[in-house]
Design a protein around this ligand. Structure first.
Ligand SMILES: Cc1cc2nc3c(=O)[nH]c(=O)nc-3n(C[C@H](O)[C@H](O)[C@H](O)COP(=O)(O)OP(=O)(O)OC[C@H]3O[C@@H](n4cnc5c(N)ncnc54)[C@H](O)[C@@H]3O)c2cc1C
Length: 464
């Protein structure tokens, strides 16, 4: 039986199992499910089931197993590494209807949510109760919590608060074999058995489909201070990052913006940097004691001011704070004003190697005749190196530059991906970082959960 015949037979069964509306078969309606926020192309699945329960997911797996067709988990499709793309067709399992916050328990500092809950909605809800869920990918208004767990998403606040992994206590998952399992815990501490929750966090939809998440919460810090400081060039700014961290000061965020990104901001962003800025650092401190928050901000300011090209600009009100962050959040979009296309990477290096990584990525760009814009969560060594290019004629060079940047990060003791995941985009570089023996073990782990190889095939591992 060909793949097309297998999918046709699976569709007949899907039609028997799911009503219209829950099951999407129309080619035009399937198109949006073929894309995410990577630039890897459009790969619509042959069908999408908008599941409403773990039982629905189990039914999809049963049908897919009988016909050996791929199953691709889909969150909000804000991913940047192509993880939700149905590159081999098959059935998309969209979590968009599993979007309920099941409970928030202020006394226990925990919450239970379905995977389709949009992160920004969840954060607003817990903050109403004086609580705080720190992971804050810049896609906060788009992305869903299941996708965050699957990618182990980070964000600016990861510097002080850590990434999604630190907040996932327990999960309900459906395995491709049809088992519905709950593991992990509802308590803050707990060490019984293997840590399967940790294995699932960052598994990029390759081991099972997450249908419920128990999250840890914190009390909401009462005060936040945000500031921006400019530097003559990116090397000086990168050195300032290393200086702050080496002094043992950990602000809540410490974001780097390089000279190319500064040029993009100048072409129209909510917050304009002072004229002559060659690079900038955005930093934020928080806590319950206002004086202490500003004292910490002053300490950071003192440490960076010596090499800065102007005063430290402290946001004076919520509107100014929002404008500064909007400018940073939409940098990725703003870069579109400098070149028609870009390939955005998210390497991470040990903090002491940040200045080297910044320098190397621009040298690599030069060697390929392309501009590289670097910005990102420099405080934790996570840099978004964006290779800018103008059209298809430059794509091969841009791909080559990306390869060199990923290898440079590994050579500096870092990783090919600090937060966006391997997915489709970086699967051919995983062995460079991890080595063949580790990859072989990871493939064996995958086969244990997914013996038929139907779940999100072609992701994370190079195709054999
Ligand atoms: C403007 C912008 C800024 C961004 N900033 C950041 C940032 O600061 N930090 C960061 O980490 N990321 C960032 N991202 C990337 C992206 O938002 C995150 O990776 C996010 O976690 C993806 O969530 P999603 O719901 O959109 O997942 P999707 O893109 O739909 O899926 C991502 C992966 O998770 C799998 N998956 C989704 N749901 C489930 C589930 N229920 N069970 C099993 N697997 C599942 C999919 O198969 C896929 O492999 C940004 C993206 C954009 C567009």
């Amino acid at each position: 039986m060909t793949a097309v015949q297998a999918m046709a037979a699976a569709v007949v069964e899907l039609q028997g199992a799911f009503p219209e509306g829950k099951l999407v078969l129309d080619a035009e309606a399937l198109l949006p499910y073929g894309k995410d926020e990577s630039d890897l192309g459009c790969f619509p699945p042959g069908a999408v089931v908008r599941v409403e329960s773990a039982e629905d997911v189990r039914t999809v797996f049963a049908i897919a197993s009988r016909h050996r067709v791929p199953v691709v988990p889909m969150g909000a499709r804000s991913g940047k590494s192509g993880g939700s793309l149905a590159i081999h067709g098959g059935i998309g399992v969209s979590m968009e209807r599993m979007n309920r916050i099941l409970e928030i328990r202020p006394g226990d500092l925990t919450a239970r949510v379905q995977p389709g809950v949009v992160l920004g909605i969840f954060q607003a809800e817990v903050e109403k109760q004086g609580l705080f869920y720190p992971p804050d990918p810049n896609s906060v208004d788009l992305c869903a919590i299941g996708g965050n767990v699957a990618e182990n998403a980070g964000g600016p606040r990861a510097l002080r608060y850590g990434v999604t992994r630190e907040y996932v206590l327990g999960l309900e998952v459906v395995l491709p074999t049809g088992e519905i399992l709950r593991f992990g815990r509802q308590t803050i501490k707990g060490v019984a058995g293997y840590d399967l929750t940790a294995l699932f966090v960052g598994s990029e939809g390759t081991l099972g489909i997450i249908t419920e998440v128990t999250l840890k919460l914190l009390p909401r810090p009462r005060h936040v201070a945000t500031a921006l400081v400019c530097f003559p060039d990116v090397a000086t700014a990168a050195e300032a990052v290393s200086r702050v961290l080496a002094a043992g000061v950990i602000p809540r965020c410490l974001e780097l913006i390089d000279d190319v990104s500064v040029k993009a901001i100048a072409k129209g962003s909510p917050f304009q940097l002072p004229p002559g800025a060659g690079a900038a650092l955005l930093f934020e401190t928080d806590g319950n004691d206002e004086e202490q928050v500003f004292a910490e901000m002053s300490r950071v300011a003192e440490m960076v001011q010596g090499s800065a090209s102007g005063e430290v600009i402290v946001a004076q009100n919520e509107a100014q704070r929002r404008d500064i962050w909007e400018t940073r959040k939409y940098l990725s979009v703003a870069l579109g004003k400098l070149a028609a296309n870009k390939l955005g990477e998210d390497v991470a290096v040990p903090r002491s190697r940040i200045p080297e990584m910044v320098a190397r990525s621009r040298e690599i760009g030069k060697a390929h005749g392309l501009l590289v814009a670097t910005y990102g969560h420099a405080g934790d060594g996570n840099l978004h190196c964006n290779v800018l290019y103008d059209g298809p004629h430059e794509r091969a060079r841009a791909d080559a530059a990306v390869g060199d940047i990923l290898r440079a990060a590994v050579d500096l003791g870092g990783t090919i991906t600090g937060e966006h995941g391997v997915g489709l985009a970086k699967r051919d570089f995983l062995a460079y970082e991890q080595g063949d023996a580790v990859l072989a073990l990871e493939r064996r782990v995958k086969a244990l959960f997914d013996p038929l190889g139907i779940l999100n095939p072609g992701k994370m591992f190079p195709e054999s």
